[in-house]
Write a protein that binds this ligand. Structure first.
Ligand code: C2O
Length: 546
C-alpha cells in the first residue's frame, strides 16, 4: 500500500546556537554533537525507521540533525562524537577503498561543513574519520574538536558525513544537517523574512523504505564481479522534507524565506509550485546575490542550496504543492512519476496580513570576478573508463584516483580559471571545498568522441587540443546562478569555465595554512555515492605554499 501524501506536519529541526551571549555581546561557544543510532518516524503510516542521527543527545537527535546557527566572526567549536554501534544499518562495499577500522568494529564517520572555509584539520577530510569513543581513526585524523571561525560571508551551509567510502551510506542513514551563518549588521537592514517562523531550512532528499520501515538500498551492485554492492547512484521514490515524507505546512499570507537544500545522494530536483508561485532568489549556496532574481522553477543538483523568498500573498489559490519534474539520473534518465514528482504541500491561510518583511532591490554586493586577476588556467576532465562488459568501472578526474598526491596547487590569495570538461553522460555537480567560484560559461564540445579517445590515451586536455573541441553551443548561466558558489552542475558534453577564488570573497584575506603536511582540500562530484569514493575524485586540490 502506498503512503498517503501531505499527512505529516513539516517539522522544524531543533536549533543550536553556535555562540553564547555575554551581557549583550556574542562570544565563542563549544558544542558537543553526537551521532546516534535510533528510530525515526518518516511518515504517520510507516513503522519507525532505524537511522543514524545527529543531536546533542540520543533523545534529541533528529533526521536531519539540528540546525546550527552561527554568527559571522564568532568561533564555534564542535566536538563531533560518534556513538554508533559496530554494525551499519545499510550494506557497504568493502571492495572499494573504504575506511575500515583495524578491529573491524565501529562505524567510521567524519563531519564536513559544506561551504565552510577553514584550515584543513577542521575540514572533515575523508581520511580523518573516527569510530565510537575515538577508539580508532583514519590516517589523517588529528583532533576531536573542530574549530569553525565563521569568518566568511553570511549564508546557508550544511554539514554531512564525509568518511572514506562510506559517505553514501552514512548520508542515507541520516547524517546531515543545516548550518546557517548570520551577520546581523549586514543582513538586518535588508529586512528579509526573519526569525523562526519566517526563515526556514527545507532539507529535501529521497529514500525508499521496506514494509518494516527500514531504509531500502539496492545492494546487488551494478557490477558485482568487481564491486559486489556499489551502485553509482541511489534513487528513492519517497520524498522527504525535514525528516517527513511529503509533509504539509500551513503558511500565512505573506513572505517566507526558504533555504532549500538538496541533500539527496543523486537526485536532481527541478522545483516549481503547482499554482505558479515564484521563487525570489536572494542567495545561492552560501552567498548572497547582488540583487534578487525571480524564477518560476529552480534546478538543484545534490548539495546545491536555493535560498529563496516565496511570497504567499501572491497566491491565487489556498493550496500550493511544491513539485519536481527533473528526470533521474539527470538529465537523460526516467521522468518523474506521481510520487517523486511531489515534494510538499503548503496551505495558505485566507486572511490577508500586513507584511513587515520585504525583498530590497539591492542585497549584498561582493566583488565580481576579475578575470584579469587569474594566475592559472587548469583543465579538469571527468570521464569514465569502461570495462569489457561495458560497465563504467572507473570514474576519475584527470585520470587520477583519490590516492594520488595533490593534483592542483593554487596559492592562497589567488584566482584561477578552471575548465571542467565533463565527458560522462550525466550531469555532475562539482563541489570545491574551501574555495568559492563563479561560473563564467558552458561550451559544448564538438567532435567529442575524438577528444575522449585522445584523453583516454594522453590524459592531457591541451595535447588533445581542447581549444579545437570547445567550440560548440554556449549555454548561458542563469542570473540566479551567477554569484559566488561552491558547487555547480557540470553539463555532460560541455566545458564549464569557472573562476575560483582561493581567498575570502568579502575581503582580501587569504586562508592561513598549516604547512605540516596535512592533506589539502578536495573537489569532487557531489553525487554522494562518489563522495569520498576514489573513482570520481581527483587528487586533493591544494597544499598551499605561501
Ligand atoms: Cu558536501 Cu566534499 O562535500
Amino acid at each position: 500500500s502506498k503512503l498517503e501524501m501531505f499527512v505529516d506536519e513539516l517539522p522544524d529541526m531543533p536549533k543550536i546556537q553556535g555562540f553564547r551571549m555575554l551581557n549583550t555581546s556574542p562570544k565563542p561557544k563549544s558544542l558537543m554533537i553526537g551521532m546516534f543510532k535510533k528510530k525515526w518516524k518518516f511518515h504517520r503510516d510507516l513503522p519507525p525507521t532505524p537511522v543514524f542521527a545527529y543531536g546533542a543527545s540520543s533523545r534529541r537527535a533528529t533526521v536531519p540533525g539540528p540546525t546550527i546557527e552561527a554568527l559571522q566572526g564568532i568561533d564555534t567549536y564542535v566536538t563531533w562524537k560518534n556513538f554508533l554501534p559496530s554494525k551499519h544499518i545499510l550494506p557497504w562495499d568493502p571492495t572499494i577503498p573504504t575506511a575500515i577500522p583495524a578491529t573491524k568494529t565501529g562505524i567510521p564517520t567524519v563531519v564536513h561543513l559544506h561551504g565552510g572555509m577553514h584550515e584543513p584539520a577542521n575540514d572533515g577530510n575523508a581520511n580523518s574519520w573516527f569510530t565510537a569513543g575515538f577508539k580508532e581513526n583514519g590516517p589523517d585524523w588529528s583532533k576531536r574538536t573542530y574549530h569553525y571561525n565563521n569568518n566568511q560571508q553570511p549564508g546557508s551551509l550544511w554539514y554531512h558525513d564525509h568518511a572514506m567510502g562510506l559517505t553514501r551510506v552514512n548520508l542515507l542513514a541520516g547524517l546531515i544537517g543545516a548550518y546557517v551563518i548570520r551577520h546581523p549588521e549586514v543582513e538586518g537592514p535588508l529586512e528579509l523574512p526573519h526569525g523562526v517562523e519566517f526563515d526556514r531550512p527545507l532539507i529535501v532528499f529521497d529514500r525508499s523504505f521496506r514494509r518494516d520501515g527500514s531504509i531500502y538500498m539496492n545492494s546487488t551492485g551494478n557490477n558485482p564481479s568487481i564491486h559486489p554492492q556499489w551502485q553509482p547512484e541511489y534513487f528513492g521514490d519517497v520524498i522527504i522534507v525535514n525528516g517527513k515524507a511529503w509533509p504539509k505546512m500551513t503558511v500565512r499570507r505573506r513572505k517566507y524565506r526558504l533555504r532549500i537544500i538538496n541533500a539527496s545522494n543523486a537526485r536532481f530536483f527541478r522545483f516549481f509550485f503547482t499554482n505558479g508561485l515564484e521563487f525570489i532568489h536572494v542567495a545561492s549556496d552560501s552567498t548572497y546575490l547582488g540583487e534578487p532574481v525571480v524564477t518560476n522553477e529552480t534546478l538543484l543538483a545534490p548539495s546545491e542550496i536555493a535560498d529563496v523568498v516565496v511570497d504567499f500573498s501572491k497566491s491565487e489559490t489556498d493550496e500550493a504543492v511544491l513539485a519536481n519534474d527533473a528526470p533521474y539520473p539527470y538529465p537523460s534518465g526516467d521522468p518523474v512519476n506521481g510520487s517523486n514528482g511531489k515534494i510538499m504541500k503548503f496551505t495558505i491561510k485566507k486572511k490577508r496580513e500586513f507584511d513587515t518583511w520585504r525583498v530590497p532591490d539591492k542585497l549584498i554586493q561582493y566583488p565580481s570576478p576579475d578575470l584579469s586577476s587569474a594566475t592559472q588556467r587548469r583543465y579538469i576532465a571527468m570521464y569514465e573508463y569502461t570495462s569489457d562488459i561495458g560497465e563504467p568501472t572507473h570514474l576519475y578526474i584527470n585520470g587520477k584516483p583519490y590516492e594520488e598526491p595533490a593534483t592542483e596547487t593554487p596559492k592562497a590569495g589567488t584566482s584561477e580559471i578552471w575548465n571542467v570538461i565533463n565527458l560522462t553522460e550525466d550531469n555532475h555537480p562539482m563541489h570545491i571545498h574551501l574555495a568559492l567560484f563563479t561560473v563564467l560559461d558552458q561550451t559544448e564540445l564538438v567532435r567529442a568522441e575524438e577528444f575522449k579517445a585522445c584523453m583516454s590515451k594522453m590524459n592531457d586536455a591541451i595535447k588533445c587540443q581542447i581549444s579545437k573541441h570547445a567550440r560548440g553551443k554556449k549555454l548561458s548561466v542563469a542570473a540566479h546562478e551567477k554569484g559566488w558558489k561552491n558547487v555547480y552542475k557540470m553539463t555532460p558534453g560541455y566545458v564549464t569555465r569557472i573562476l575560483v577564488r582561493f581567498s575570502y570573497i568579502h575581503s582580501n584575506t587569504s586562508y592561513s595554512f598549516d604547512p605540516t603536511g596535512m592533506p589539502g582540500y578536495v573537489y569532487h562530484c557531489h553525487v554522494s555515492n562518489y563522495i569520498a569514493f576514489p573513482f570520481m575524485f581527483g587528487g586533493y586540490i591544494f597544499k598551499y605554499k605561501t
